[in-house]
Structure formats: structure tokens, C-alpha cells
Design a protein around this ligand. Structure first.
Ligand SMILES: Nc1nc2c(c(=O)[nH]1)N[C@H]1C(S)=C(S)[C@@H](COP(=O)(O)OP(=O)(O)OC[C@H]3O[C@@H](n4cnc5c(N)ncnc54)[C@H](O)[C@@H]3O)O[C@H]1N2
Ligand code: MOO
Length: 402
């Protein structure tokens, strides 16, 4: 029985399991999925922080008409807090310094005339001063103890800086699954070889490997011939030491498409084999009790590629407990007809209009063997199975790969 896309997707996500967590040093966390709540160990900022180089004054003195302030001291960033002894004086302050006790407003050098009187520096205020100006107040961004990061987010540049600021030297993140990519097919030769006229270089696993790498997962890879005994032996060994197996090829109706039978003979439970979609109709998904989940991606390059972004990556992200991103939609730029009862994944180039509308323009595409068409596309636009005509202007779900 052929499954509908939403049912197949739900079945894949339902099989996702947690591969656990690990602790990593804070300077090696980019791209990892956070698995703990991170709170502020102190307020942001942790003291009244001077935001301009200049002088700190006691505002009341200015308000009473005083414009010339004698210098008492100098406060640089990194110095403990100073104290203004005489409210008629000022303290020279640098950006990042702790605001001196007794002062409450900072006047930048650009608003000052600096003179000397009997060997002492004096500052003449030339521009109006507002009470409390140029001070980044203690706790005005984040109070101490507040939650900064929730589990499930992917750690990026902003998060890395915040983790460092709160002194989080070790961070709990999801363990990355052990993924094995398997290319099947006697026609395939290694990338470094020169193929005979009847052969091709294996490319699918390298597209998939790059897609996984961009999601922070390093996968190993292997080539297996179209031979039942070989497949059985190799897969039998792999299921004991892999979290996820992603095979490409050998899943449709051909005489050498042995993968489904071999997996079943090894004890796999078939979740589905065939989805109401193009490309990628012969997609196989099965699971092993206490063993890996197995994707049997169709061999045609665009089919496997689409299934990777539509099923494999969401599955891996769910396993790693990554929070899902909101579904994106784009507006179709031309009329499209697809009258088969299949959900059609149309390769498109995306562009953003000046008014912020995401549009999708179909790229030249010769079917699921046309690997090079992907070079001109950014995403697949999902055209639902229940509809045959998709007029220009339709808003449809987007599955980005760029
Ligand atoms: N009688 C039927 N024939 C086919 C059906 C069907 O339903 N009935 N489905 C078609 C669809 S749709 C697809 S997609 C393909 C899927 O076939 P397989 O998954 O069995 O894949 P193969 O036959 O092994 O290969 C298909 C094609 O892809 C090339 N290939 C395979 N692996 C790689 C690789 N690692 N790198 C580059 N290219 C690869 C392979 O050489 C073939 O040209 O079946 C249709 N047929
Ligand atoms: O999955 Mo097949 O891609 O429809 O050619």
C-alpha cells in the first residue's frame, strides 16, 4: 500500500529515538543541539557600564548651572569601582568602565572643551546633558538568574557568545547519531576512477554526506554490490554498530533490487515501502528492534536528494531533539500542471521581492536522473497530490536545500 506523504512523514518522525547527550567544551559547540537550560549567572550588564569615553559627573551639579568640572581620577574598563569625592568634580571614564559611585551621567569627549588650570585638567561642558545619559544600567538587558537558552536550539554565533559570557565551560548537547551511507549498484565506480562507458561514478552518497555535514552530522560511507549474499553479510554487521543506515538504490522493482528483501530477512520491520510522491516513490523505511532505523532511498539522484531533505534530515533532527523550524511557503511564479495522484516536489529557485514575498521559479528539469538541475535550484516546492493545476500566484510549502 502506497502511503500519503504526511502519513509517511509522521511514521518516520514517530520512529525517531533519542541518541542521548554528551558534554562538550564551550569553544566547540557551534552547530550542536543544546540539551540543557542555560541561565544568566549574573545580570547583563553586571554593573552600571559606561558607554562613551568622556567624563562622569554628578548631574545635580550640572543642573544647578555648573559647566566646568575639575578632574579627580580616571576609571578604565577592568578597574574596580571608583568614588567621586567632591560632587563639583568629575572622573574621566572609558567605555566599559564601572560608573563611579557618586556620578550618574556621562558626557562624551566630543561635547567637552579640555583646558588646564594650574596643572590640573578641567572639562567645560559645551552641549546639553540629560540625566543618566550614556550609561548601560545594571541588569537592564537580562536580570540575574533569567533563562537565556532553552533545550532544542541549534547553537550558533549568538549563543556561543552568551555561553562564554555566563562561564559555561562545558555544554550538554545531543550526541550525534552514527550514520552509515550505503551506495548499492554494480554500475558505480569510485570517484577517483575513470568509468567505462557503461559505468558511472557514485555521487549520491556524497550529496547525502554533504547534506548531513551541513546539519552537523559526519557520516561514514560504503559501496555494496547488487548481490544478496554480500548485502546480507555487510548489513548484518552494520546493524549492530550503527544508529541510522541510509542506503541509496536497489529499492524499486528491478531484478537486482534486493535491498528490501535482505533487510526483511535480517529482521527489519517495514514501516512503508512506496510513498505517493514524485520523485522518490519507491522510498523504503524500516526499523530494527534495538537497532538502527533504515532509509532505502531510491537510486535516482534527485529522488534520494529530495528524500534526504524531506525525511532523513527531519528524522535525524527529531532524534537529536532539535526544535522544528516553522514551515516556509513561497509563491509560484508560473502556472504548473501535474496531473498524477502524487505529491510533486518541483525544483525551484527562490527569490525575495522588495516587499518581502518569497517566490519560487521552476528551473529546467528533466526528471529524477537530472542531478545537474539541482545546481540551479534552492528548494523543492511541494505540489499536493489532490490537485492537478497550480496557477501562478499559488502559495505552497517549500523544502529548502540551500
Ligand atoms: N518497473 C519499475 N521501475 C522503476 C520504478 C517502478 O516503480 N517500477 N520506479 C522508478 C523510480 S521512481 C525510481 S526513483 C527508480 C529507483 O530505483 P532504485 O532505487 O532501485 O535504484 P537503482 O535501480 O539502483 O538506480 C536507479 C538509477 O540511479 C542511479 N544510481 C543509483 N545509485 C547511485 C549513486 N550512488 N550515485 C549515482 N547514481 C546512482 C543508477 O545508476 C540508476 O540509473 O526506479 C525506477 N524504476
Ligand atoms: O523516485 Mo523516481 O524519482 O520518481 O524517478
Amino acid at each position: 500500500m502506497m502511503m500519503r506523504v504526511p502519513d509517511a512523514f509522521a511514521a518516520v518522525l514517530a520512529a525517531a529515538r533519542d541518541f542521548g547527550t554528551e558534554s562538550v567544551p564551550f569553544d566547540a559547540v557551534a552547530g550542536r543541539v543544546l540539551r540543557e537550560r542555560v541561565t544568566a549567572d549574573r545580570a547583563f550588564p553586571p554593573f552600571d557600564r559606561v558607554t562613551m569615553d568622556g567624563i562622569a559627573i554628578h548631574f545635580d551639579s550640572y543642573q544647578r548651572g555648573q559647566r566646568i568640572f575639575g578632574l579627580e581620577d580616571l576609571a578604565a574598563a577592568g578597574m574596580p569601582q571608583l568614588q567621586l569625592a567632591n560632587f563639583a568634580d568629575c572622573i574621566e571614564v572609558m567605555t566599559g568602565a564601572v560608573l563611579p559611585e557618586g556620578t550618574d551621567s556621562v558626557v562624551p569627549y566630543e561635547h567637552l572643551e579640555i583646558t588646564e588650570h594650574e596643572g590640573f585638567r578641567r572639562f567645560n561642558i559645551l552641549k546639553p546633558v540629560a540625566a543618566g545619559q550614556n550609561i548601560h544600567r545594571l541588569g537592564s538587558d537580562v536580570p540575574s538568574g533569567a533563562t537565556l537558552l532553552e533545550p532544542g536550539i541549534v547553537i550558533g554565533a549568538a549563543e556561543a557568545g552568551v555561553l562564554a559570557t555566563v562561564g559555561k565551560t562545558e555544554v550538554t548537547v545531543s550526541r550525534r547519531p552514527r550514520v552509515m551511507l550505503i551506495a548499492t549498484g554494480n554500475e558505480l565506480v569510485p570517484v577517483a576512477d575513470t568509468p567505462e562507458p557503461h559505468q558511472i561514478r557514485m555521487s549520491n552518497i556524497f550529496s547525502l554526506r554533504a547534506a548531513l555535514q551541513q546539519a552537523g552530522i559526519e557520516a561514514e560511507y560504503l559501496h555494496l554490490p547488487d548481490d544478496t549474499a554480500h548485502l546480507r553479510e555487510a548489513l548484518g554487521t552494520l546493524i549492530a554498530k550503527t544508529d541510522v543506515l541510509v542506503c541509496t538504490g536497489a529499492v524499486s522493482a528491478g531484478r537486482f533490487d534486493h535491498l528490501p528483501d535482505v533487510l526483511l530477512s535480517l529482521g527489519a520491520k517495514k514501516v512503508f515501502h512506496a510513498v505517493q510522491q514524485r520523485p522518490g516513490k519507491p522510498l523504503l523505511f524500516c526499523t530494527f528492534n534495538n537497532g538502527p532505523a533504515v532509509f532505502g532511498l531510491p537510486g535516482n539522484p534527485v529522488s534520494g536528494f529530495m528524500c534526504c531533505y524531506r525525511y532523513v534530515l527531519p528524522f535525524l533532527k527529531t532524534c537529536m531533539r532539535q526544535l522544528p523550524s516553522p514551515q516556509e511557503f513561497a509563491v509560484l511564479e508560473e502556472d504548473v500542471v501535474f496531473d498524477k495522484p502524487l505529491e510533486y516536489y518541483l525544483p525551484v529557485r527562490l527569490s525575495m521581492s522588495p516587499t518581502g514575498v518569497l517566490s519560487a521559479r521552476p528551473v529546467p528539469y528533466h526528471g529524477s536522473g537530472d542531478l545537474a538541475s539541482l545546481l540551479h535550484a534552492d528548494a523543492f516546492l511541494a505540489l499536493p497530490a489532490e490537485q492537478d493545476t497550480f496557477p501562478k500566484g499559488s502559495s505552497l510549502a517549500v523544502w529548502r536545500f540551500r
